[in-house]
Design a protein around this ligand. Structure first.
Ligand code: ADP
Ligand code: MG
Length: 262
């Protein structure tokens, strides 16, 4: 098996060397296999987003080694696409222009861009929205455009930071099914951040549970449930129970720490 992302003993101290120095991550060891779906779960402020920024190459680790397909991660690259909770679509561009914005920075013609956009928007079920503007779409549709934009770059790793957190429960469930289809089709690895245990069990091959800050890996829980998954299967309930128990210890700790700071 190929390793898509490898973190060895990774630490991150924000504003290191200043009075505001703030340790977000410590000693993180994680190997993500090519094509694997890994969910990062942990209390608010434990460094989940920080880890995604490091993998995306947007921020530099303070210590440790990070590689993607064997190459050290030093910069952002088209092989690693980051999708945020709130989509950052350009309101003045049409859907197809948004989707292929990254390609417009190269030398691709408008005609070729529109063809790529049509292909990826078909994959996310939004072909009909090609010429619409972002404000004409629902929240779920906008997140699908964001996924299409990531897919247009043919990433090998999709980094998703609570991408469905702002959506209502029904839309979120639909988006999870949709994402699993996209993932199967794209054969990319996914690193997906959430603080929802249900979401973790619905999606993951493995769930990486973090401690409260500084985030260290507390436990890696394999989710060996057949797909499509039945959320009511006894094994799924057991896994949710286990994850709830280990997570709530950390949430309590994070809470106590925040109260001490207040
Ligand atoms: P999570 O995504 O798990 O909620 P974050 O990775 O956003 O956590 O944050 C981890 C810790 O690092 C928090 O204490 C947060 O305040 C701090 N942090 C995040 N981003 C920055 C930054 N750009 N500068 C300084 N501190 C930051
Ligand atoms: Mg976050």
């Amino acid at each position: 098996m190929n390793t898509s992302v490898s973190c060895r003993n990774v630490g991150k101290i924000w504003a290191r060397g200043t009075p505001r120095a703030h340790e977000a991550l410590r000693g993180v060891d994680l190997e993500v296999e090519d094509g694997e779906f890994v969910v990062l779960l942990g209390p608010s402020g434990c460094g989940k987003s920080t880890l995604l920024y490091l993998v995306a190459g947007l921020e530099e680790a303070t210590s440790g080694e990070m590689t993607s397909f064997g190459e050290p991660i030093t910069d952002p690259g088209p092989d690693r696409s980051l999708i945020f909770q709130e989509t950052s679509l350009f309101p003045w561009l049409s859907v197809w222009q948004n989707v292929t914005f990254g390609l417009s920075l190269g030398s691709m013609s408008d005609k070729d861009r529109k063809q790529v956009a049509t292909e990826v928007l078909t994959k996310v079920g939004l072909r009909a929205a090609l010429d619409k503007r972002p404000h004409e779409l629902s929240g779920g549709m906008r997140q699908r455009v964001a996924v299409a934009r990531a897919l247009a770059m043919h990433p090998k790793v999709l980094l998703m930071d609570e991408p469905f957190a702002a959506l209502d429960v029904q839309t979120r469930a639909k988006m999870q099914d949709f994402l699993l289809d996209v993932w199967r089709d794209a054969k990319a690895s996914v690193l997906f951040v959430t603080h929802h245990i249900d979401e973790a069990v619905a999606l993951a091959d493995r769930v990486v549970v973090f401690t409260s800050r500084p985030g260290t890996i507390k436990e890696i829980v394999p989710i060996d449930l057949p797909r499509p998954r039945d959320p009511f299967a006894p094994a799924a309930q057991e896994l949710r129970k286990h994850l709830t128990a280990i997570l709530s210890e950390e949430v309590d700790k994070a809470f106590t720490e925040q109260e001490a700071l207040a």
